[in-house]
Design a protein around this ligand. Structure first.
Ligand code: G6Q
Length: 558
């Protein structure tokens, strides 16, 4: 593992965030606007719904139903300027080592740079390297999809199991589900991430080892869960195929650690590499996307990359006032740091985006779940929110109650599409109209609510009336796109990547390390040998952990 070498790449902030003029002005502005209601904001400006909207990279963002006045937005943009967001953005795109605690550049945007463009890292153009791997992936993928990649016994591969966890799993899982409509339905694709053996057993239960290929996806190729699953996959394959040579036809690897891959028995020709400047949770567009490319084919995969690039270019070049990731980030920061919101609900109204909230949980919470600044001082403001959510309309019949009438402020992002991929009509109407009517109705109800007067005017008895009141004033963004295509998905993911980046830049934290994840990896490694019934009885943890380990050991021993 690389030892951290702190080397601040950018000049440190001249002042703490909370002492900056824009921050102070936002605090004062908050005091003045604390009782402002979205009803008033909309009543005062008939154009608000269209004025506070923006189009970029195939996405339409309506941010008018947020608790922001024009002055709020102006001050937030001033905050972005005072915190040097533009300089930090440019530093990322030009390969500066902005991940200071790991001394690494952060160049996932180079993964989707078009062939022929140039992205320099220490004077070396990385774009040809990126496209060389993409070309090798395409050749391999075409063989599998044409059924000419044969297993050890000569049968074509028709099952693919991706073994990986965290950043080496969540992106492909989410995107394979999101683009299922475009996928090869004859190819069975499974994902194994958890070290819980049940996941592996269930994933391969109905698969024939002769027709099954494993992709071992691990940047480091040392992650405990992935290595355990890869070893079990190897045993499962060889148990049936009875020949070590079978590994070459049934295993490929995606990793930056070529030596460890080779030690596992996968040769260089079946290894797809990437680079230390690609963070795990930003690695979907590296070779970590191999399972996705297998599912949807190279052309759809390249369309996805083009969508990422559309949003990268928008983020890199649009003025802050018209920059979608910047506006979403600043409004989110207003909710988190000034209005006291603790969470953000992400609510896609599309069955195919069912894994999108889970993917964003890692992207956002691992990136901005930080408590110290780049120079190591404790922050005196809130950083990344809790991200959660699930597809509509299911949530409406479950947790939306709390969003509408609970005591917490829960900003929401609604995501919907104008065209459905699966038109289905029926006596109650077109399914897609029913779905999208719910998006519009929910954001309207959350913003405007229903007053006591309105409830009483409806004839609701006085005693019941308070229960039927909706305060409204619940902030939402609505993202609309024409249709869920690979290109639109790419733009959508990149939108959130850059939103997270901007928030991290304002908060002056490192959005690109994950020492909390590293801690888990170390701690579990220490306890594993202690769980053996033959282990030394002496334990040196706290009394709770000692008792739990002893109880587990005793139970296993009996
Ligand atoms: C992501 C994190 C983490 C990582 C996994 C898997 O940003 O670093 O989720 O992706 O721990 O790591 P490997 O790819 O090295 O197995």
């Amino acid at each position: 593992m690389t030892q951290p070498v702190p080397q601040p790449a950018l000049p440190s902030r001249p002042a703490r965030l909370t002492t900056l003029p824009a921050w102070k002005a936002l605090e004062a502005h908050h005091q003045q606007t604390v009782s402002l209601h979205l009803r008033e904001l909309f009543a005062a400006d008939a154009e608000r719904g269209e004025r506070l909207s923006l189009e970029a990279a195939g996405l339409y963002l309506d941010y008018s139903k947020n608790l922001v006045a024009d002055e709020t937005l102006a001050l937030l943009l001033q905050l972005a300027r005072e915190t040097g967001v533009e300089a930090r953005r440019d530093a990322m795109f030009t390969g500066e080592r902005i991940n200071t605690t790991e001394d690494r550049a952060v160049l996932h945007t180079a993964l989707r740079a078009p062939r022929g463009s140039e992205v320099l890292l220490d004077g070396h153009d990385v774009v040809p390297d990126v496209h060389q791997v993409l070309d090798r992936m395409s050749v391999f993928v075409e063989q599998v999809r044409a059924r000419t990649w044969l297993g050890h016994t000569g049968k074509p591969i028709i099952n693919v199991v991706n073994i990986g966890i965290g950043g080496s799993d969540l992106g492909p899982v989410m995107a394979c589900r999101a683009l299922e409509f475009y996928s090869d339905r004859q190819l069975t694709l499974r994902f194994v991430s958890n070290v819980d053996g049940s996941e592996f057993v269930e994933a391969v239960r109905d698969l024939n080892p002769e027709e099954t290929l494993f992709i071992v996806s691990s940047k480091t190729f040392t992650t405990q869960e992935t290595m355990a699953n890869a070893q079990s996959a190897r045993a499962w394959s060889l148990d049936a195929l009875k020949d070590e040579a079978a590994v070459a036809r049934h295993f490929v690897a995606v990793s930056t650690n070529a030596d460890a891959v080779q030690a596992f028995g996968i040769d260089a020709a079946s290894t797809f590499g990437f680079w230390d400047w690609v963070g795990g949770r930003y690695s979907l567009t590296s070779a970590i996307g191999l399972s996705l490319m297998l599912a949807v084919g190279p052309q759809h995969y390249f369309d996805l990359l083009a969508g990422f690039h559309d949003m990268d270019e928008h983020f890199r070049t649009a003025p802050l006032e018209q920059n979608m990731p910047v506006l979403m980030a600043l409004i989110g920061l207003w909710h988190t740091d000034f209005l006291g919101a603790q969470t953000l609900a992400v609510l896609p109204y599309d069955h195919y985006l069912s894994q999108f909230p889970a993917y964003l949980q890692q992207l956002d919470m691992e990136s901005n779940g930080k408590h110290v600044t780049l120079t190591g001082e404790a922050v005196d403001y809130q950083t990344g929110p809790v991200i959660w959510g699930q597809p509509g309309t299911n949530g409406q019949h479950a947790f939306y109650q709390l969003i509408h009438q609970g005591t917490r402020l829960i900003p929401c992002d609604f995501i919907g599409f104008i065209q459905t991929l699966n038109p289905l009509g029926g006596p109650l109407g077109h399914h897609h109209d029913l779905l999208m009517a719910n998006v519009f109705a929910q954001t309207e109800a959350l913003a405007f609510g229903k007053t006591l007067e309105q409830v009483l005017a409806e004839g609701v008895p006085g005693g019941l009336a308070p229960h039927r009141v909706f305060e409204g004033n619940r902030p939402t963004n609505t993202l609309l796109a024409d249709r869920l295509t690979p290109r639109v998905l790419g733009a959508l993911i990149a939108l959130y990547e850059h939103k997270v980046f901007v928030q991290g830049a304002v908060w002056n934290i490192n959005s690109f390390d994950q020492w909390g994840v590293e801690l888990g990896k170390v701690l579990a490694g220490r306890i594993v040998p202690e769980l053996s019934v033959r282990a030394e009885p002496e334990l040196s943890h706290d009394s709770s952990t000692n008792a739990l380990v002893r109880r587990y050991r005793a139970g296993r021993g009996s």
